[in-house]
Design a protein around this ligand. Structure first.
Ligand SMILES: C[S@@+](CC[C@H](N)C(=O)[O-])C[C@H]1O[C@@H](n2cnc3c(N)ncnc32)[C@H](O)[C@@H]1O
Length: 217
């Protein structure tokens, strides 16, 4: 994804630091501490500009959400959109982390999440780049480490080849797919679905969206 450098990006991130977690040690000490309340936890990896996490966290105000994104100039947008919602103490349930998913273990240790979301991750089409796909078995094994017993992965993509790859990788890890569709918006999951920015663009072009839910542990 090409990202234009944001003007005053660092200052803009600093201005929203109350929503940002920069100290992995703090989270490792008490995963709910950044929220100021204890609630079941969910994690989105590669949140982009935040459209999904804002919608999902509003839909489920009784959950705490972490959103991880590795590009700070993209995270600025997510942070500023979240801050603009000016949520009350009861609905202020998202905290953001600027980090690479490969470093997840620095932040999270042990079973913590009931759901992990991956939405429209980069497909890395060259076979030699397969290990970079966020649904590669190496990543799935990391997610398993931080998922609660019975914890779920929810994965959406426009890319049928990547969807097939994800199912193969899940099977290779012994993770059971409990729901899958190649046309999310016509499926029973459509009712609770929150669209991401990428999903909205693909849907506008008439592309059908693939979605699966699998047990991580
Ligand atoms: C194609 S965009 C999709 C954004 C958003 N999820 C959506 O559906 O609109 C993929 C996002 O994942 C982020 N990303 C890719 N690899 C990542 C990694 N290893 N760790 C954290 N974020 C990553 C990218 O920076 C980008 O913002």
């Amino acid at each position: 994804m090409r990202v234009r450098k944001k003007k005053h990006g660092e200052q803009r991130i600093e201005a929203q630091k109350r929503y940002l977690c920069t100290d992995p040690g703090l989270i490792r000490g008490d995963i709910n501490a950044p929220f100021g309340r204890v609630a079941p936890l969910r994690l989105e990896i590669g949140c982009g500009k935040g459209g999904f996490i804002l919608g999902e966290s509003s839909r489920l105000p009784d959950r705490n959400f972490y959103a991880l994104e590795m590009i700070s100039d993209v995270m600025v947008t997510a942070l500023e959109k979240y801050a603009a919602e000016n949520r009350s103490a009861e609905t202020d349930n998202v905290r953001f982390i600027i980090a690479n998913a490969g470093n997840l273990e620095q932040y999270f240790t042990g079973p913590s999440f009931e759901t992990i979301y991956i939405n429209f991750c980069d497909p890395w089409p060259k076979a030699g780049h397969a290990k970079r796909r966020l649904v590669h078995r190496d990543f799935l094994k990391m997610y398993r480490e931080i998922a609660l017993p019975g914890g779920r992965l929810r994965f959406k993509t426009d890319n049928g080849g990547l969807f097939d790859f994800a199912e193969e990788e899940l099977a290779s890890c012994g993770m059971r797919t409990v729901f899958h569709t190649r046309d999310l918006h016509s499926s029973p999951m459509a009712r609770e679905n929150v669209m991401t920015e990428y999903e909205a663009k693909f849907t506008e072009k008439g592309v059908r969206i693939c979605m699966l839910e699998a047990e991580l542990s």
